[in-house]
Ligand binder design. Sequence first.
Ligand code: IPE
Ligand code: IPE
Ligand code: MG
Length: 244
Amino acid sequence: MTPTDGPLHVAIIMDGNGRWAKQRGLPRTFGHREGVKALKRTVEAASGLGVDTLTVFGFSTENWRRPMAEVSELMSLLKAYVESDLERLVREGVKVRVIGRRTGLKPDILAVIDRAEARTAHNTRFLLQVAFNYGGRADITDAARRFAEDVEQGRARAADLDEAMFEQRLSTADTPAPDLIVRTSGERRLSNFLLWECAYAELVFQDVYWPDYGPDHLRAAIAEFRARERRYGGAASDDVLAAG
Ligand code: IPE
Ligand code: IPE
Ligand code: MG
């Protein structure tokens, strides 16, 4: 099987804001602010590069371990991003969906999330999924709890559970799995991002801190993806041809 030629779902672990700032002798929060600019550039460029769904990791369920001031900065940046860009996203046909746990988020953040989702609910040109207070394990656990509740209430039978049924209870239900997962900053791990959905994603690691990211980096990641062969457990396509 060859890489998908159709529109792509790209998921990005936007990492390295803190190191970018440290390198410049600036507080980490400066890195996060520059990171928002990189996000804007990347969202703008994505559809021109053949992407129709972009999922970005904005705040993980583990990021609460950071100093309180940094956590509040990350929360206010989500708010600021929505406040400054929502009308443009609406005009450009971008549907915004925020995935992750709502519990633990303050009412003002929840209101911003609800507004972004409601204002863009009818858009279909491009999907921007923001993983915020998201963790792959938390999402799988929440899906398992929902299924167990359905069994308790007599809406489902344990014996009928299959992958498709389980998937419908994840926060990414309705969205095809990512084709490509990109992580910036040089770290080579998933850090609890899209654990179920990553099963057959191609992984690309780029040695650039997120605040320096832009269209050229995304183009390079997609080019690397296009050169890969996706097999989904099957045989390599030239072996299949050789075998007749
Ligand atoms: C990514 O940059 C942003 C978030 C995790 C929200 P980091 O803040 O993790 O930056 P580094 O990894 O410390 O450089
Ligand atoms: C993952 O990056 C979370 C986000 C990019 C939002 P981290 O910087 O939190 O991950 P670790 O701590 O390096 O694994
Ligand atoms: Mg990091």
